[in-house]
Unconditional design. Sequence first.
Length: 338
Amino acid sequence: MKRRNFIKNASLSGVGLAIGTSLTSCADKAPEKNENEKVIATSVKASLPLVIATWNFPNATTKAWETFQEGKSALDAVEQGCKVEEADLNNTTVGNGASPDRDGNVTLDSCIMNSKGDCGSVVYLQNITHAISVARKVMEDTPHVMLAGKGAEQFAYESGFKKEDLLTESSKKAWEAWKVKSEYKPIINIENHDTIGMLAVDKNGDICGACTTSGLAYKMAGRVGDSPIIGAGLFVDNEIGAAVATGLGEEVMKTVGSFLVVELMRQGKSPQEACEEAIKRIVSKPNSNYKNFQVGYIAVNKKGETGSYSIHKNFSMSKFQDGKNTNTQSDYFIKEEK
């Protein structure tokens, strides 16, 4: 059955941010389901290794799984999986071909974290397709965690990355059409996304994660969301588990969402319970405008149990395990739209 399309209005600090109507729709990617296939993602123990990702990214999870099959690490798996979407010109929310900010500049945010607790991040990176690989270089080749803007770009060139024009003709046309009205009150389509987040657990139970995005389309110049922020968009604790977020990043940052999910698992909650509690922290905040934006979490623990949860319906989690690539609808907070 086809899912209906929700369009929401939201604002941020008096200035709206927009997700363009040209964004890749995960609902459009998802396979058709009949009435007997209303599956909800809950905590399910999985054999190892496994890969999970936000939304419906079958090509990305396939690449991550293939990387495992080549004998490579969980860190390699999440990096290679994310690179698939960064290179996909049809995905206008990640990497090459992404929607620009309001000034017409494509800026990328990304972070990566290994099982040892090391992490790397880049923010406001321009002219480089594979932000996730630059983030890994920051982690492995510098004493720092995060590089920003021109510094991140210069580091990328020094590390061998090539300069590219990331604004494709298609994205440029969509941006120029948006400029006609320049409406800063956004339309938030909760079936769309601005992030691919990926978590992988190897056969030994070691966990790594990655997150990459171009952020909100037509955002204010300089805007950075949760995706490159360790603890907000992504967090890995190899003793416990890992989590990654997607949706309106400002709301994730206010609750340090991914760190919260992992800490809840540390306290004994399952990945599913932890994701649900983290969403409830957002919607229970005073003056929360949660009916007008989407946030979703996915999580995995040391045993390979997984969970996912969101505010609105139509968020999903991709999973590759036991040689099978699946995409499952997540449970959600708002059961009925008023």
